[in-house]
Design a protein around this ligand. Sequence first.
Ligand code: FAD
Length: 260
Amino acid sequence: MKRVEPQVFLLARPAINDEGLAAYLQAVGAPGWDTDAPSGGEKLIEVAGRSCYRSFEPGLNPNVTKIREGSKAYLENILKVKHGSVLEHANWTFAFFNVSRVCTHEIVRHRAGTAISQESLRFVRLTEIGMWLPPEIRDNPEALAIFEEAVVKSEEAQNRLAEVLEIEGRPFHEKKVLTSAMRRVAPDGVATTIIWSANARTLRWVIEARTEPGAEVEIRMVFGKVADIMTREAPHLFGDFKPIPLPDGTSQWQPAHSKV
Ligand SMILES: Cc1cc2nc3c(=O)[nH]c(=O)nc-3n(C[C@H](O)[C@H](O)[C@H](O)COP(=O)(O)OP(=O)(O)OC[C@H]3O[C@@H](n4cnc5c(N)ncnc54)[C@H](O)[C@@H]3O)c2cc1C
């Protein structure tokens, strides 16, 4: 058994195609429009939102005589009036590494606005089992001994089964079948990887739901890290999230505008 810590890596963020945006602004009649948005995602969402009313400048749409100036004021209003669908244009991609199957199973329950690639434990054979220790286990020597013994037994079972089933040297499709049979005795806490993409609307909702005190501690840790990244990555979209420290060292990230 190898002790691990869940890690969160930001892999990708939205980028504006300046040439295409300039051509669109020219076509719509606002060639001089620009914004002080701190990130590509915030800029994209502002463009999408302003397109709805042609509110790039006063008078472009004769019904619009004044507009909100600047990325911060514009996006704050989007959040306030819960015009959440425009947030769906901007997507970010994360690698959640050394998270448990407990955690990935909870993550995949979020369907709307996500894309998922999960490490296949049919293909990837378990040898040494990675395990994050929940504080209740880590801080109780007797519980820790029972826990570690169970994980080591499961690890031994993987290796003994591999021998008994003579997995080495077989064609890949046979290895896959056997690996999948063997993983059934792996613990739910086994460390694994999931690549998770989500749009800004989904990110806001999942951070809120999964850092609340009732959420499981590991997913609370993971989405606390996501919240920390996103408040720096796109401050005008996530700046209303504030961390409220919880007794276990994690934080509840509470937004001023819930579920936009
Ligand atoms: C603290 C906590 C405890 C939980 N405990 C349990 C449990 O004991 N058992 C259990 O099974 N699950 C549990 N869950 C999971 C929970 O029930 C949801 O499945 C999960 O949080 C996904 O959230 P969501 O339903 O908002 O879906 P998301 O996919 O995140 O969707 C976001 C929003 O889009 C809308 N939406 C999405 N899909 C639809 C649809 N098909 N129809 C209409 N509107 C839709 C809804 O407004 C939804 O809130 C728990 C979650 C939390 C945070």
